[in-house]
Design a binder for this molecule. Sequence first.
Ligand SMILES: Nc1ncnc2c1ncn2[C@@H]1O[C@H](COP(=O)(O)OP(=O)(O)OP(=O)(O)O)[C@@H](O)[C@H]1O
Ligand SMILES: O=c1ccn([C@@H]2O[C@H](COP(=O)(O)O)[C@@H](O)[C@H]2O)c(=O)[nH]1
Length: 341
Amino acid sequence: MAATTSLSRSLFRASKSLHSLSRSCILPSSTLRASSKPQFQSSALSQLGVSAIPAQSFVRNYVTAQDSQPKPAAQSASGPIGGPGAPRPPKDDKLKAWPFVLIFLTGALTFGYVLEGKKDKPKSMPAVGSSSASQGLPKLRDDGPIFKPEDVKVIFVLGGPGVGKGTQCAKLVKDYQFVHLSAGDLLREEQSRAGTEYGELINNFIKEGKIVPMEVTIVLLENAMKRAIDSGKRKFLIDGFPRQMDQALKFEEVVVPSQFTLFFDCDEDTMSQRLLERGKTSGRADDNPESILKRFRTFKETSMPVVNYFDGQKKVVKVDGGKTIDSVYKDVVAHIADRLK
Ligand SMILES: Nc1ncnc2c1ncn2[C@@H]1O[C@H](COP(=O)(O)OP(=O)(O)OP(=O)(O)O)[C@@H](O)[C@H]1O
Ligand SMILES: O=c1ccn([C@@H]2O[C@H](COP(=O)(O)O)[C@@H](O)[C@H]2O)c(=O)[nH]1
C-alpha cells in the first residue's frame, strides 16, 4: 500500500516534470542549451529509479535533433523566408506534438524504471547496511526457501543463556567440519560494524535481553551462509537461533527448513554461575546480573515455545547441558552420531 502510494506520488511528480519538459521542448533550442538546470526534476526521476543523466541526455538529443531539422521559416536568417509570403506552419503544431513527447517519455521512463529494478536487484535479501535496506528494516523475500534441504543442512542449536551452546558447537566444528554461525555473534559484529544503521537497535535489544527483529538476524544469517556455501561448505550449526516463533517460521520459509534442533537443557543457577564467570572477561554488555535475569525470562517466555514447536514435529534432540563439557559432548555425539556425517 505504502509502495503504491509512493509510486503514484512519484508518477505524479514525474508527470509534472514531463509536463514542464514538454513545455520546454517547444521553446527554442537555445533556451534549452542556455539553461544550466536539467529540465527534469531529478528527485522525481530518482524516485522512479531513473537517474537524471538519461533525462539530460534525452534533452541533449532532442536539442541536437531540433538543430538538424530544417529551420522553421520564422527562425531562418536567410532568404525571403519569414517574409510575408513564406509558408507558415500551422500555429498549434507544437502544441500537437507534446502529447507524443509525453507518451514517448512516459514509455521511456517506465522502461527505465523496469530495467533499473531488474538490473541491481539481488536474487536474495539485501545486505544489512545496503542502500535497499536503508528505510527501516531489511525486507525479507517471500518467494520460498533459497536453499534446498538436500543441498544445505541446518541444525538449530538452542538452550538457555550460558548453557554451553557455543562451547559444544566449537567441538562439533572441530570433529565434523560444520560451519558454526552464532546469531548472537553475528548481531554483535553487525552492531560494531562501521556505518551500520542497526548498531543502536541491536545494542538496545541485547542489553534488554530481547529478541532483535527477525529481518535483521535472518539477513545476517543468510549472508553468512551464502559466503560459506560459496566456499564449498554446506553443513551449518545455527547457534542461538531461532529464539522466537516468527524467526523459526520465516527462516524455514525463506532460507531452508532445518534438519533438527539440538536442545541443551540446564537449570538457571548453573547457567547463571557460568555467565557471571564468563562476564569477568567476555566484555559482553549482557553478562551482568540484571541482563541475565531478563535473558532467562525471554528464554522461558519466547524461546521455549520454539523448542516445543519443533518437539511437536519430532525434530528435537534434547541433551543434558548441566554436566561437564566433555560429558555433554559425549552425549551429543551419542545422540546424533548417525546424523552427523
Ligand atoms: N558444561 C559446562 N560446564 C562448565 N562450564 C561450561 C560448560 N559449558 C560451557 N561452559 C562455560 O560457560 C560459559 C558459557 O558457555 P557458552 O558461551 O558456550 O554458552 P552459550 O550457551 O553459548 O551462551 P550464550 O547463550 O550466552 O551465548 C563459558 O564460559 C563456557 O566456558
Ligand atoms: O536470534 C537471535 C539471537 C540473539 N539475539 C540477541 O543477542 C543476545 C545474545 O545472544 P547469545 O546467543 O547469547 O550470544 C540475546 O540475548 C538477544 O538479545 C537475538 O535478538 N536474536
